[in-house]
Design a binder for this molecule. Structure first.
Ligand code: SF4
Length: 303
């Protein structure tokens, strides 16, 4: 894993944020591209949001990328560009919670802070053959932590969960802690952890306009109060601009977290001039602005 070489606070932070909800194999090329473009904190802090989002395109959960930029700017402004090495400062940064702070402190600074992610929770649940609350598992993580080598300990635990104690068919035969695992002894591995109750899918209908002029397409910067894709550039929704709605050009289905979205894009013609948060973008530059995979499905073909 490229972030294991020279595990600086910056590289550890970027990798941990990318790895949330995403597998290692998927993250590696994104991490390498990101570090090549923004090798350090100051280069990231000086970036435009569009540049960061473009490098994030395909990883999803875009608030992670926007928070990376905000946090980098805050570190430069408030900590003179030096990565904080205490828990309270770290969790005051956008996008950094207890888990990420623990990972940075233990891996990059060798400080005795535990981590608890989905993989570690699964190992703990099977190890004890119990379904405990997150707070109880955090206490367990603190009690078990190796204070001599907290970074190695935390990474070993996370990797054990990711590669050996897998959600389905754990490889107990090659597990180094099977001798002390209650679920293994009682053959109840598949009962722990208890399955999560899934939220019901929320169905949404989004209707957009495709309006073009002189080789440019009209884009709308979604506001901070939008429920999804806040702060993203996208096509304007019907009703956001005064326009004639024409024929249906494309429709598609898209899922964001537990939202099932039915998207339709209609030809539109503008009735009056527009200002920010609308803007005209050259069609060749659309991939730079329309980073969500939603747009790959529903932009009109000829464009
Ligand atoms: S013995 Fe099996 S269930 Fe127990 S921790 Fe190891 S891989 Fe997981």
């Amino acid at each position: 894993m490229p972030w294991r070489d020279r595990p600086s606070p910056y590289r550890t932070w970027i990798s941990e944020i990318m790895l949330q909800q995403t597998t290692v194999a998927f993250v590696i090329p994104y991490f390498e591209r990101f570090i090549k473009k923004f090798p350090d904190l100051r280069s990231l802090a000086g970036a435009k949001e569009e540049e960061v989002l473009a490098l994030w395109a395909g990883l999803g959960y875009y608030s992670r990328a926007r928070n990376l930029l905000l946090a980098a700017q805050k570190i430069v402004r408030q900590y003179r560009g030096v990565f904080p090495n205490d828990f309270d400062s770290l969790i005051s940064l956008p996008g950094i919670g207890r888990y990420t702070a623990g990972a940075i402190l233990s891996i990059a600074f060798q400080k005795p802070y535990p981590v608890l992610d989905g993989n570690v929770s699964r190992v703990f649940s099977r190890l004890t053959a119990q379904n405990k609350t997150p707070e109880e598992f955090w206490r367990m993580a603190e009690d078990l932590l190796d204070h001599e080598r907290p970074g190695d300990w935390n990474q070993a635990l996370m990797e054990l969960g990711a590669t050996v104690c897998a959600p389905e068919n754990p490889k107990c035969g090659s597990c180094p802690i099977s001798f002390t695992c209650a679920a293994f002894k009682t053959k109840t591995q598949n009962l722990f952890p208890a399955p999560k109750i899934r939220k019901n899918a929320v169905k949404l209908n989004w209707n957009f306009l495709w309006i073009e002029r002189d080789g440019k397409a009209l884009l709308w910067k979604r506001g901070e109060k939008e429920k999804l894709l806040k702060g993203h550039w996208g096509l304007p929704e019907i009703g956001r601009v005064k326009a004639q709605v024409g024929s249906l050009l494309k429709s598609a289905s898209h899922t964001i977290t537990h939202h099932q979205i039915h998207v339709r894009v209609y030809q539109g013609s503008l009735k009056e001039e527009v200002t920010y948060p609308m803007k005209w973008a050259p069609k060749v530059e659309l991939p730079k602005f329309l980073v969500s995979s939603l747009w790959k499905k529903c932009l009109p073909k000829a464009n």
